[in-house]
Design a protein around this ligand. Structure first.
Ligand code: SF4
Length: 649
């Protein structure tokens, strides 16, 4: 079909429905071209990978053809916030403009829906870790009776971080399914039913891969009926898919089983004291296993864990205690669905522990993560390519992957290889912004090597005159929490000494959304942050006019998964740095840099302090992948840029 037969050009035209109904609608050739490519991909069941630079309007470019397609569409996005934004704002806007009668549903992971069974159980049990939880439970019970969806996001009086939530929501493990007496009223079941009946379903990547990999209902059930699957923020997929195609098991899952078994003993099997005894023995073995590690917060390769005294012995003891509990649960399972559920979980966990031990080390990297109370045993696939490719093969339809950051210097091969999308079509639309006019890339001269102990203090010293020139209005993005704290402290001291009154904010002092709100309102603030501000942050206009990046964002080399991937690539005769680490860094840097210019009126300076951008041969590949800002190494040019158009503060 040629574009003349397509309704898409009219929809995006100056006389079309989008222009008629949306405030500030602007025609953009890139947006129209992208929408046509997606329309074509949907019609011909293609796999299409699209990079759309900031300002292309990619959300509407996929929503319009998706809503007009007439088939079932699953749209998956990076976070629950973006999911809410699509469901509550963008999709209704497009649907109303196009006047298409599509039914839309949002599906979240089951941990987002209050569970009748667990609320009842928590009320009966009455064991809370703090006083707030007892109060929160009252609000949750009222919410349970009045809410139509059971989505905990609607209950703002109970904070997301409250410790009550795991007690009043379900997991795949502890849901009783059709055996549950509340099945008819269950919010999870209702949300899935709505999703099945809808034309467009909005999910998030974690849910998508969790359901597909764990074969939970939900997305796995929806997929066969879907004609198209669209992933927005698709650059996040390789990492998220790795989490779910792995073979992980946590001692917290075993602890939960032990506690649920004890609860089952109290409520439905009082005469079988052996359940309680075996559950307690399992709990003890889990505590002993945690004590094998004398520290927390560590991520270590399995070899290091295996070398610890008592690791093997404690692991075996844990397996034995689990087997003993499984045996007694089996003998009682027929008495009640709760006991049956505990028995099935015990069997599943036994299998998971065996899988973790016996995993094929040529394909998976085993590693261990230690928390205050629990230990997580991971087996992460070295590549998700085969798993993703087999999903796509299994499901005929269009698969569309889009993001502002997928390619490295117009080259998609890194992403395609990682995701097993060798046969995919690719397309790239650059941002419509005039980056040469709107921005400057500043790399200061004379910076020390990034490993030099004085590096962070040099970053702070060089950042200071830039912050003054931009009159605050600045993000300082750091590659590690340590550097973030150091640079924050140095800037704070310098602000005090020089009497600078720009409000200085730091990641962690309040929630991310609160910090961003304050940053926007203050208008002249400086925000020092790490990982969580590198992407998904949208501050338009004057409040953000400068982004300072301390170092090129290479993954930490002591990360066990990265180390194993590097080793594997090098063993295959490939150059792991060029093929893996560098593309990762470029994509992360593009995300960080993308915070600066959010619309055609934004202006700003991107300062990258890392001298390797200039001194190393790969540096060119990096800056050529960034927006085509005017480049300079002179502070005076930065000062001139800002003085040519001073802040309106
Ligand atoms: S079916 Fe599962 S999620 Fe639904 S109420 Fe019962 S236990 Fe909770």
């Amino acid at each position: 079909m040629s574009s003349q037969d397509s309704p898409i050009p009219f929809m995006f035209s100056a006389q079309g429905p989008l222009a008629q109904t949306l405030d500030n609608y602007r025609q953009r050739q890139q947006q129209l071209d992208m929408a046509l490519a997606i329309e074509q991909a949907i019609k011909t069941n293609e796999v299409l990978v699209v990079e759309a630079g900031t300002g292309t309007g990619k959300t509407f470019a996929y929503l319009v053809p998706a809503l007009l397609s007439g088939g079932k569409v699953i749209i998956s996005t990076g976070t629950k916030t973006l999911q809410d934004q699509l469901f509550h704002r963008d999709i209704p806007a497009v649907r109303d403009a196009l006047k298409v009668p599509v039914q839309v549903a949002m599906l979240k992971g089951r941990a987002n829906y209050v569970c009748h069974f667990h609320v009842e159980r928590a009320s009966r049990d009455g064991r809370f870790s703090n006083r707030d939880d007892a109060l929160y439970l009252q609000s949750i019970k009222q919410f349970l009776d009045s809410s139509k969806t059971g989505d905990k996001a609607e209950l703002s009086s109970v904070p997301e971080s409250a410790t009550i939530w795991p007690l009043v929501t379900s997991t795949k493990d502890n849901c009783l399914g059709q055996e549950c007496q509340h099945y008819k009223d269950c919010f999870v079941v209702a949300a899935r039913k709505r999703a099945m009946e809808s034309d467009v379903v909005v999910v998030n990547h974690h849910l998508f891969f969790a359901d597909v990999a764990l074969r939970d209902e939900g997305v796995a059930e929806l997929l066969p009926a879907a004609n198209s699957v669209i992933f927005d923020e698709a650059h996040q997929l390789p990492e998220i898919a790795g989490l779910f195609f792995g073979k992980d098991v946590s001692t917290s899952q075993l602890m939960e089983l032990a506690r649920d078994s004890e609860m089952a003993f109290v409520t439905v099997a009082k005469d079988c004291v052996q359940i309680q005894e075996n559950a307690k023995l399992l709990e003890k073995s889990l505590r002993d296993f945690r004590l094998v590690f004398s520290f927390e917060g560590a991520r270590m390769p399995v070899q290091k864990a295996l070398a610890l005294p008592r690791f093997e012995e404690s692991f075996t003891a844990m397996q034995q205690a689990l087997a003993d509990l499984a045996n007694i649960l089996e003998s009682q399972a027929a008495r009640d669905p709760v006991l049956e559920n505990c028995w099935q979980r015990a069997l599943g966990l036994q299998q998971m522990m065996r899988d973790w031990k016996q995993v094929d080390e040529a394909e998976f990297v085993r590693w261990v993560e230690v928390y205050t109370q629990a230990v997580q045993l991971h087996a992460t696939p070295l590549s998700v390519a085969d798993s993703v490719a087999s999903q796509i093969k299994r499901k005929v339809g269009a698969w569309i992957f889009t993001s502002a950051t997928l390619a490295v210097k117009q080259d998609f091969s890194h992403y395609l290889q990682q995701m097993g999308l060798d046969q995919a079509k690719t397309a790239l639309w650059n941002s419509p912004f005039n980056y040469q006019e709107q921005g400057v890339l500043y790399v200061p001269e004379g910076m020390p090597d990034p490993n030099n102990p004085i590096y962070s203090s040099e970053v702070a010293a060089r950042a200071l005159p830039v912050i003054q020139a931009s009159q605050g209005r600045c993000f300082v993005l750091c590659t590690s929490l340590r550097a973030m704290r150091e640079i924050y402290a140095l800037l704070k001291e310098a602000f005090e000494q020089q009497g600078l009154e720009y409000p200085l904010l730091v990641q962690g002092e309040s929630s991310r959304s609160e910090l961003l709100e304050r940053f926007r309102q203050l208008g002249n603030a400086v925000l020092v942050g790490s990982q969580s501000f590198w992407e998904g942050v949208d501050v338009r206009g004057e409040a953000l006019s400068c982004v300072i990046i301390d170092k090129l964002p290479f993954s930490p080399p002591d990360d066990p998964v990265l180390a194993a991937r590097i080793e594997q690539l090098n063993a295959q005769g490939k150059n792991a740095f060029m093929e893996y680490q560098l593309p990762y860094s470029v994509i992360t840097l593009k995300q960080g840099a993308g915070r600066l210019i959010r619309d055609e009126h934004d202006r700003g300076v991107l300062m990258i302090c890392d001298p390797r951008l200039i001194s190393k041969s790969y540096g060119k590949r990096i800056w050529q992948s960034l927006p085509s800002f005017k480049r300079t190494r002179q502070l005076a040019e930065v000062q001139q840029f800002f003085s040519a158009q001073p802040a309106k503060v």
